[in-house]
Every structure is written in C-alpha cells, then in structure tokens.
Ligand binder design. Structure first.
Ligand code: CMP
Length: 144
C-alpha cells in the first residue's frame, strides 16, 4: 500500500463523498491537509468497542467491518465513514471496526472535524441521518 504523497488523490476522493458533497474545494482542501492518512492491515482493529476514542474516520480505500459484541452489523467501503458516534457524544466506541483487507482512512480529530463542518447544516443533517439509521439497525444496536 503506497503512502500518501500529497492531497491530490484524497481530495478527489472527498469531492465524491456524499457526506461532503455540499463543501467547496477550499474547504475540502483544508480538511485533507489538516487530517492524517492511516493505513491498516487485514484483520487489524481500527477502533475498539468500549474504548474512549475521538477520531472521525473516512474510508479512502478498502473495506472495514463493524462488529458489535463479535457480531457483524455492517461492512463499510470507500466514501463511507465511522467513528462519528463517539465524536458526537464523547462516550466510548459503540462497536469494533476491523480492517477486512488493507484499509486506508483519512482520520480527523474532533477539532479538525468541527472546524471543517461545524457550520455546514447539510453535512450535519446527513451525518445525523446516517447515525440514526445505524442506531436503529438490528437488535444488537439497541443494547449498549
Ligand atoms: P463509534 O461508536 O465512535 O465507533 C464505532 C463505530 O462503528 C460507530 O462510531 C459507527 O461509526 C460505527 N457503527 C456502529 N454501529 C453501526 C451500524 N449498525 N452500522 C454501521 N456502522 C456502525
């Protein structure tokens, strides 16, 4: 897996992410240059259920599976995000997220996230809608 050499590929990717479709080029560029890119090997735990964590993750390449109490509840791919729940309520992670194969993510700190989208109602609306959908999905989602 190659390391990121610049903002170009991540920027092009972000432009096509539905969550960020309302953002302008300069906002996307600010986000990409401040955020960090991380790569994970197959099987690696990216976030762990029950642990404190604050990062917001956007998948650039590869697939990650979401597991609650060891049960798979979702598979996420390029353009999809995770980690928004702990970011929103500052409580422990609600699920494990594991790399299914090699996974490359853009990781935003809370500060980077809020300064990029805190004043963007369309982004926040999309984020909340997806978060509520996730919380409603499946009986496993109803328990802590
Ligand atoms: P967070 O709780 O911060 O960390 C685990 C993440 O898994 C969570 O944020 C969501 O991004 C994601 N997640 C939890 N439940 C689901 C679900 N049912 N479908 C998709 N993603 C989920």
């Amino acid at each position: 897996m190659s390391d990121a050499k610049g903002a170009g590929p991540a920027l092009a990717m972000l432009g096509s992410v539905p969550l960020f479709s309302g953002l302008g080029k300069s906002q996307l560029r600010t986000m990409v240059t401040s955020a960090k890119e991380r790569t994970y090997r197959a099987g690696e735990t990216i976030v762990k259920q029950g642990e404190k964590g604050i990062g917001f993750y956007l998948i650039l390449d590869g697939q990650a599976r979401v597991e609650k109490a060891g049960q798979q509840v979702a598979v996420l791919g390029p353009g999809q995000f995770f980690g928004e729940m702990a970011l929103l309520d500052q409580q422990p992670r609600t699920a494990d997220v594991l790399a299914s194969g090699a996974v490359r993510c853009l990781v935003l700190s809370p500060w980077e996230f809020w300064s990029a989208v805190g004043n963007e109602p369309e982004v926040l609306r999309t984020l909340l809608k997806e978060t509520v959908r996730r919380m409603r999905s499946g009986p496993a989602a109803l328990s802590d």
